[in-house]
Design a protein around this ligand. Structure first.
Ligand code: SF4
Length: 362
């Protein structure tokens, strides 16, 4: 089961999702509950790179109000940055002070060897002491693995030396095996703002939602579709499924959606890369989950060479609701257009890619 809520206020959205999931039923009062955001580097969440501190605030308040006080925030930024700096720049130092919660910089921790399936991996000791791990990734693209979400977010729980070795090992196998050693108990994805192409941000795309679930494979395979990918295109997702970490998303997966009447509008000033893709779009009052899906889909199509001959404009947004046109439209609002890509509301980027990749073929 997946839980999705729409909007742009991460605090209230995450509170709503947690009231639904009730993760505290899996914890004892004295359980050590670790919150693992994605603070890959010292950039605020508006860059599309890091987890919003307001989302983390919502998680902290949920558990504190239920009487679970043994909370800790754990993270190790990528090799090129200081976690301490990321805690500061991303607003976590203020948060920790306000709620009297420890911020644990795993760069200062020792590694311990643990056997995965075929590999032996070095894992930070603190990560193994945790009783309940709340994985709080950002939904974004990645230049090597194509997607980074829940499964890959655990790479912040290993020593820097091991992070370098993960790259030498090609990332996919060690990421999957790391997830056999460290179990994620709950995933809450910050999918309000992600990045179009890189984990370090810089080309943010609004997606206007938070996704919750208890199975990181299910969450990631669903997340892949939102970015226009099939799970097979992200090998660590399939490897994780084969290692028994979780199940793949398919059309039969139950999704409980909230605030379907609360899709936020697109507000972000586009980066140059987003602007280039936006040339194909005629937008009129589009919601960000819809517009973001189209941007990600166009990015996939561009990567695969399908945009070279594409000269159409794609209409999107509430302004076209109930209007007839001979143009090409996407989403339920353009359902009366003669040529219509997907009736989803919001559509998934994967469905847009499937429709458009053969569009110019004779
Ligand atoms: S189809 Fe229309 S209402 Fe639905 S998400 Fe897209 S723009 Fe918004």
């Amino acid at each position: 089961m997946l839980f999705v809520t729409y909007g742009k206020n991460p605090y209230s959205m995450v509170r709503e999702i947690l009231e639904e999931i009730k993760p505290e039923k899996e914890c004892n009062r004295d359980s050590l509950i670790a919150l693992k955001p994605n603070l890959v580097l010292a950039k605020p969440s508006g860059s599309g790179a890091t987890t919003s501190p307001e989302l983390v605030r919502g998680v902290i308040e949920h558990f504190k109000e239920k009487g679970f006080l043994n909370l800790i925030i754990i993270e190790s930024s990528w090799v090129g940055d200081s976690t301490e700096r990321a805690f500061d720049v991303c607003g976590y130092k203020d948060l920790a002070r306000e709620y009297n919660i420890e911020l644990f910089d795993l760069k200062k921790d020792k590694g311990t060897k643990k056997k995965g399936d075929e590999l032996t991996l070095s894992v930070c000791k603190k990560a193994l002491e945790v009783d309940f791990l709340i994985n709080l990734p950002v939904l974004k693209a990645h230049c090597q693995t194509r997607l980074t979400c829940a499964l890959k977010n655990l790479k912040g729980l290993i020593p820097d030396k091991e992070k370098r070795r993960f790259h030498q090992l090609g990332l996919h196998q060690p990421i999957a095996e790391l997830n056999t050693i460290i179990k994620t108990d709950l995933v809450i994805v910050d999918a309000i703002m992600g990045d179009l192409s890189h984990e370090e941000g810089g080309s943010p795309v609004e997606m206007g939602r938070i996704i919750g679930g208890e199975d990181p494979v299910l969450v990631d395979s669903y997340a892949a579709e939102l970015l226009g990918l099939r799970a097979e295109e992200v090998p660590y997702i399939l490897m994780s499924e084969q290692l028994g970490i979780g199940s793949l998303f398919d059309e039969a997966t139950a999704i409980k959606e909230h605030r379907l009447d609360n899709y936020p509008k697109v507000t972000l000033k586009p980066s140059s890369r987003v602007k280039r893709l936006a040339q194909y779009i005629v937008e009129g009052g589009a919601c960000s989950p819809c517009y973001g899906a189209l941007i990600y889909a166009l990015s996939r199509l561009e990567e695969e060479g399908h945009l070279e001959k594409f000269s159409e404009k794609i209409f999107i947004g509430r302004d076209y609701k109930d209007k007839e046109s001979s143009s090409l439209g996407v989403g339920m609002c353009t359902a009366r257009f003669e040529r219509h890509i997907s009736a989803g509301c919001p559509p998934k980027a994967r469905d847009i890619v499937e429709y458009l990749k053969d569009y110019n073929k004779p």
